[in-house]
Design a protein around this ligand. Sequence first.
Ligand code: UFG
Length: 327
Amino acid sequence: MKKQKILITGGAGYIGSHVVKMLGEQGHDLLVYDNLSGGNREAVLYGGFVLGDLADAVLLKKTIADFKPQAVMHFAASIIVSESVRDPLKYYRNNTGNALNLIEACVAGDVPHFVFSSTAAVYGIPSRATVDESSSLNPINPYGASKVMVEQMLRDVALARQNFKYVSLRYFNVAGAAKDGSIGQLYKESTHIITRALKAAKGEFPRLQIFGNDYTTPDGTCIRDYIHVDDLAAAHAAALEFLQAKGASNVFNCGYGHGYSVREVVTVAKKVTGVDFPVEEVGRREGDPPTLVANSEKIGKVLGWKPKYDDLEYIVRTAWEWEKKRK
Ligand code: UFG
């Protein structure tokens, strides 16, 4: 792939920082734009850094005018489903409104390519065992709805402008950490199951709660498609290459095509850590669909992306190596 100038919003966050690492290792010229509300400056291993908020349209336009990126990758967002149910406007502002600012700034600065961090939450409760990209978008929480609206904006802008193309990547459940232990998940508030299970193993939480055991799934707990963060980073590199080579817009699921129940995740976490941490089964958490598993054929066929780490134990082990080093 030709070296590019890439502006990365949210590059100090969990997924963004892994993409920065991969693209930095490939020699691209990177500039991270992040307000550090959820991210960490030390996680940005390559490129320049602008401490900025996406709500600041003036700084955003100036940053793009000065840097003149060939592509923008947009990670910065609020991501907690249950919080989005309690505080929907935060999600429409941070995810939808700020994306509008960013897309406007890209149009003003003639940025040709845009890669968007979308989510499996756009599908809501799918009617099939695995969802493909043509499945209908029926989000059941404001988080998913806030992202659907951005996908729609991107589609409309790309239709209206010849020289604007985008790829939306719909992430399933991203987990794990860099193999070399340099970066990993570092949220101020951990809500994800694998991180919480590991924190329970460390004794940071007295127990792990399983939210809901009466879902219509084989063991009654929710099923998710867990994808290693480095495989997801590789999907971003493939999306950039596709935009560069084909100059066409597209949407791809990012998952492995099979899922694990919460109970199965707990079993693997206990095995990897060697700690039989306490587990309590409690009521359902708001906004959780019973099953979300990707049909991931399209990304393989069109982008040539192949997973390298499709192994829950590997995912949990890399997360555990990272987590053990945290206080
Ligand atoms: N869970 C527990 N206990 C916990 C934490 C989670 O039982 O302490 C359960 C949840 O109820 C859910 C499953 O584990 O059934 C996975 O939950 P996560 O919070 O790890 O992930 P989500 O599936 O809620 O969220 C992820 C991404 C979102 C994406 C969403 C799609 O973080 O960005 O998948 O549903 F939108």
